[in-house]
Design a protein around this ligand. Structure first.
Ligand SMILES: [Zn+2]
Length: 274
């Protein structure tokens, strides 16, 4: 899972991935889990969330290397000068707080900061219709809701609108076939799974780290995230799905170190007391 990486990193990373994995289109994976169960070994699906303007710069790489990718678009932001709320909100601490609030409360607080999800700003942040047309030969465009809310913080009707309307709009306005959705921030509940199924999506992607198999639940697919600025070594580890493991080993190593110090301090205290 990428968001808005720079061109040079993607060029290096795609060349690496092409050598070590069989890169397949998301549709091939959906067809496999639904029926034909045929996948090459070490199959890999590459996805980009949000539909950032910067993704257009990847077109020469994608077409030259013939690497299939999927970009998840917000139908209410794409081809407009509307902004992504999380890019305009002030700091990351504030963003975490906003993500925890009921949807209307999040929008009200953003309005206090001067943000409005329907406002057209001077600068564009998302892909245009023309760019989507040019990329469509190489890119599988899918849904990332209308305005990128935290779906599990929405009311039932807000969540239904975000999930169903984005599919309708992307299909009608851009002549796309929408069969997949990526939950914004990976936030979903059982309710979202039901709405997604009811809207006619064939799969949904989370941000829970891990691999998928042919027996995975198609509505809670796992992904491995790559930091948009990852260096090549870090990227290789992330792509192999080992990043989480190494982080947990490192933190348990740190904890062990801390425990050692604690133990030593206790002994010292005991010796001083004794
Ligand atoms: Zn997103």
């Amino acid at each position: 899972m990428y968001h808005d990486p720079d061109v040079q990193s993607v060029d290096e990373q795609f060349r690496y991935l092409r050598k070590h994995y069989n890169i397949i289109d998301l549709n091939d994976f959906i067809n496999s889990i639904e029926g034909d169960k045929l996948l090459p070994p070490k199959s890999l699906v590459i996805t980009f969330d949000d539909g950032h303007l910067g993704n257009y710069k990847l077109l020469p790489i994608v077409s030259q290397l013939q690497v299939p990718i999927t970009i998840f678009l917000c139908s209410g932001i794409v081809n407009t000068n509307r902004h992504y709320w999380f890019l305009d909100s002030e700091n990351s601490k504030n963003k975490d707080l906003l993500k925890s609030l009921p949807n209307k409360e999040r929008l009200r607080r953003l309005a206090d900061e001067g943000f409005d999800q329907e406002k057209e700003y001077a600068q564009r942040q998302s892909l245009s219709s023309k760019e989507i047309d040019q990329m469509a030969t190489w890119v599988n465009f899918q849904s990332h809701t209308v305005y990128h809310p935290c779906l599990d913080r929405c009311t039932h009707s807000e969540s239904t609108y975000e999930i169903t309307q984005s599919k309708v709009d992307l299909e009608q306005k851009y002549k796309l076939r929408i069969n997949a959705i990526a939950y914004p921030n990976g936030d979903y509940s059982q309710r979202e799974i039901e709405i997604v199924k009811g809207a006619g999506y064939r799969c949904a992607l989370t941000v829970a780290p891990g691999y998928n198999t042919l027996d995975s639940n198609p509505y809670t697919l796992r992904r491995l995230s790559t930091n948009d600025t990852a260096n090549q070594d870090e990227f290789v580890v992330r792509a192999a799905g080992l990043w989480g493991l190494i982080q947990s080993l490192r933190s348990s190593g740190t904890k062990k170190e801390e425990r050692k110090h604690e133990h030593r301090d206790n002994i010292r205290t005991a010796a001083a007391a004794g």
